[in-house]
Write a protein that binds this ligand. Structure first.
Ligand SMILES: Cc1cc2nc3c(=O)[nH]c(=O)nc-3n(C[C@H](O)[C@H](O)[C@H](O)COP(=O)(O)OP(=O)(O)OC[C@H]3O[C@@H](n4cnc5c(N)ncnc54)[C@H](O)[C@@H]3O)c2cc1C
Length: 457
């Protein structure tokens, strides 16, 4: 009997451990990743000519990064690895890819989607000015290109990455003008019992914050961002502090992010059922605890399933691979699955703590002023969206998209979808879940028409 065809999308912590588990079972999976090298976001590798040490680049995570890189490099002859390859569509048991402008088709018996996450963003007046970056982009600039986004930077948003990236910038010698966290300090204290489920991780978070303070960086909690001021490019941030006072801080760049959102478009195209997660105010694909989706043969792992962090991504990658092996009738040791599930449960407790400590500021999204651009790809303002809800009667997000093109541009709603849903729900007086979510459409990222023609012929 021929070996099953197993495709893994993503070579971050989840995808690497999934591939490794499949190889250990004697299979040769195909691993597709649009990045030029394995490692994913947290263990992103630097360009070949860069010489920073693991310690410099990954700090506390140096050993984990090295272990993951070595694990994947060690699989070189046992996996069909396709870097620089975008997976842009999936249907009828075939994954559609694109590399160097050449389209490809990968039929599969099992598909493991380990596609990670991107920043969750909130439109703020002035957020489209040159010099305003997403938190992830600010970190990638530093990690991959050894560049800072500015000389005097304000970090704004909420979530663990807010403190990590601010610390990384300060450590690299960049002036961090302030850290502005929309979450109140009280919520973070209240979340400590949950966060204590992973003491080492909690200690790292506290360390980053202490280091910022030791370097004289002011951290404001419970802020309301008012405006990123220009006029030509970022020159200052205006905000209301936790005490209700308006303040202005001069800077030449802003790194902004409100935690993360899962990359779920491929799961959507594979027709997985989604469910609304009230804790996070986000839709995510339904899975069992091992990563099985509602579609036979399609599995999810890592941040693409739910945002649990890198260690959890490694565990879930293994679990998804073991689930696929089980479903394909391959022998799998039950105690191994049980052990991984137990470890994953601790990660879940921690995630609940993070959700409590760093809540998505839904109220800010809902109160975005009419003139602020929400969908920057299509130049749709909050007012346009409200008009669609009121005048045209868009009952849900995809209808609003059809009326005003919100979420129809290059980013396909990745960066405006969360806020657009909040604004629509507020305007219609509906619960967030009632306005639904932007459905994933192929191609998940822009590509040439010629490529799609070739594939469908
Ligand atoms: C920008 C960013 C920076 C982060 N930095 C940190 C950090 O410093 N410390 C920390 O603890 N956590 C960080 N996180 C969170 C952390 O990255 C994750 O918890 C962890 O990396 C998740 O692993 P993963 O394998 O699920 O996904 P990822 O590591 O994100 O890997 C997903 C992989 O899938 C590939 N991919 C996605 N879609 C496609 C597609 N359609 N076709 C082909 N390939 C695709 C991507 O190129 C990527 O390599 C960061 C997250 C983001 C988004």
């Amino acid at each position: 009997m021929a070996d099953p065809r197993i495709v893994v999308v993503g070579a971050g912590p989840a995808g690497v451990r999934a591939a490794q588990t499949l190889v250990e079972a004697g299979l040769r999976p195909t691993v597709v990743d649009e990045s030029p090298a394995s490692g994913g976001q947290i263990y992103r590798r630097q360009p070949a000519l860069f010489r920073r040490s693991y310690e410099t680049l990954y700090g506390f995570e140096a050993d984990r990064a090295k272990a993951l890189h070595n694990a994947f490099d060690g699989l070189a002859n046992q996996v069909d690895y396709r870097p620089d390859t975008l997976a842009w569509n999936v249907y009828d048991g075939v994954l559609h890819t694109l590399r160097d402008g050449v389209a490809g088709k990968l039929p599969f018996d099992a598909l493991i989607l380990a596609t990670g996450a991107t920043d969750r963003l909130l439109p703020i007046k002035g957020w489209t000015l040159p010099g305003c970056y997403s938190m992830g982009a600010a970190q990638i600039a530093l990690k991959a290109q050894a560049c800072a986004i500015g000389r005097r930077v304000v970090f704004l948003g909420t979530g663990p990455l807010l403190y990590l990236v601010s610390y990384q910038y300060a450590k690299a010698g960049v002036e961090v003008a302030a850290v502005l966290d929309t979450s109140p300090a009280g919520g973070q204290l209240g979340a400590l019992p949950h966060l204590a489920s992973r003491p080492a991780l909690l200690a790292k978070g506290l360390y980053y914050r202490a280091q910022l303070m030791a370097r004289g960086v002011t951290v404001h909690n419970g802020v309301v961002p008012l405006e990123i001021e220009g006029p030509e490019s970022v020159a200052a941030v205006r905000f209301r502090d936790g005490g209700g006072q308006d303040q202005q801080i001069a800077c030449d760049a802003v790194g902004m992010g409100f935690h993360l959102r899962s990359e779920t478009q491929l799961a959507d195209l594979a027709r997985c059922t989604f469910t609304f997660d009230g804790d996070l105010g986000q839709w995510r694909p339904e899975t069992d605890r091992d990563g099985r989706t509602t579609v036979s043969g399609v599995y999810l792992a890592g941040d693409g399933a739910r945002i649990l962090g890198a260690d959890a991504a490694e565990i879930s990658g293994r679990l998804a691979a073991l689930a696929a092996l089980t479903d394909l009738g391959r022998p799998v040791a039950g105690h191994r699955i049980e052990d991984l599930r137990r470890r994953q449960q601790t990660m879940e407790t921690f995630r609940r703590g993070l959700a409590k400590a760093f809540p998505w500021p839904a109220g800010l999204a809902r109160s975005v002023a009419d003139e602020v651009l929400v969908c920057r790809c299509e130049a749709i303002t909050a007012g346009d969206l409200r008009a669609a809800a009121n005048l045209k009667g868009a009952p849900e997000l995809n209808r609003a998209k059809a009326f005003v093109r919100v979420g129809m541009g290059r980013c396909q709603g990745r960066f405006c979808g969360s806020a657009a849903a909040e604004i629509l729900a507020e305007t219609r007086g509906e619960a967030l879940a009632a306005v639904g979510r932007l459905r994933g459409q192929a191609p998940v990222k822009p590509l040439s028409l010629a490529a799609t023609r070739e594939t469908s012929s």
